[in-house]
Write a protein that binds this ligand. Structure first.
Ligand code: GLU
Ligand code: ZN
Length: 297
């Protein structure tokens, strides 16, 4: 069996501990399955992209001893592929324009789903407002579907009731993460997705799109999210501090520890090459905890 894994950071800030954990887990899973590990920069949401962040992420990964296969894919260069997928779904009449503002949606909906207010499908049954910015939504189905996550177990969602018709193209003309990630995972031939559990709830949307676009569905492994002392997700938004090339060994050691592997303490003072050697020989994904653990930085 071929194994193709990937790491797909968004360059909205420097590489921080939370994303390092996802990089380490996806890397070691790929390497211990004699697979390839691809790198994709998810620089699609241009208003949120931070200048220099992609370069920081890439040079830090390099300094930490990660070796990716092939060329780095940049979502900012993939617009034609997203247009194709979008048109395919549009031709199947699965997509419709929506001119509702956030406020209109909040005022018109009484339902809350997994990610907040449920869009009640207003623009499906009513003409859209002329001259208003248009977002494009995909119709979802009122039926329960499930997938099996390697760590989190069976996950079931009813897309219509838990998420509702979701946006594939925003009013500012940008394609959304859900569409892009599906198109790119297919283009890169990804067989195994290992990423943070903050994306667990997105997976049923992605599987739905894969099915509609005739793409294979990869295997999914959602690792727990690193939180700070206050239990908040360590994210670029919470200004988790960026990692520097000089702290490779300690950061890799801590990431392995967070993933419930048992690196011997002296390894923390070794070179990253020695750490990777130990990690490849001892990596056991069965030890990864299901739940978020608090870490102190
Ligand atoms: N770009 C996303 C992030 O940094 C990850 C996407 C994915 O792994 O599917 O949160
Ligand atoms: Zn609408």
């Amino acid at each position: 069996m071929t194994y193709v894994g990937r790491f797909a950071p968004s360059p909205t800030g420097p590489l921080h501990f939370g994303s390092l954990v996802a990089a380490v887990a996806s890397y070691l899973e790929a390497k211990t399955h004699s697979g390839n590990w691809l790198l994709r920069i998810e620089d699609l949401d241009t208003p949120r992209v931070q200048a220099g962040a992609a370069d920081h992420i890439i040079s830090t990964l390099d300094a930490f001893g990660f070796e990716w296969d092939g060329d780095i894919m940049y979502q900012s260069q993939r617009n034609d592929a997203y247009i194709n997928a979008f048109n395919l779904l549009k031709n199947k009449q699965l997509i419709y324009p929506c001119t509702c503002t956030r406020k209109e949606i909040a005022d018109s909906s009484s339902q809350t789903g997994i990610e907040g207010i449920i869009y009640p499908g207003t623009c499906l049954s009513k003409p859209i407002k002329p001259n208003a910015p248009i977002a494009w939504r995909i119709k979802t189905e009122d039926k329960l579907s499930s997938f099996n996550d390697a760590i989190q177990g069976e996950i079931s969602q009813n897309l219509k009731l838990d998420i509702a018709d979701f946006v594939l193209k925003r009013a500012d003309h940008l394609f959304t993460y859900q569409l892009a990630v599906v198109v790119d995972d297919a283009e890169q031939g990804i067989t195994h997705v290992v990423r943070g559990a903050d994306l667990l709830n997105s997976t049923p949307r992605q599987i739905y799109l894969q099915t509609l676009l005739n793409f294979n569905t990869p295997n999914y492994t959602h690792i727990p999210i690193a939180t700070d002392n206050a239990g908040q997700k360590l994210s670029k938004q919470s200004l988790a501090k960026g990692l520097s090339a000089t702290e490779a060994s300690t950061a890799l050691f801590k990431a392995l520890h967070f993933l419930n592997q048992t690196p011997p303490p002296e390894l923390m003072h070794d070179s990253h090459a020695t750490i990777w050697q130990w990690a490849s020989a001892h990596w056991d994904s069965a030890h990864i905890p299901t739940k978020a653990t608090q870490i102190t930085q």
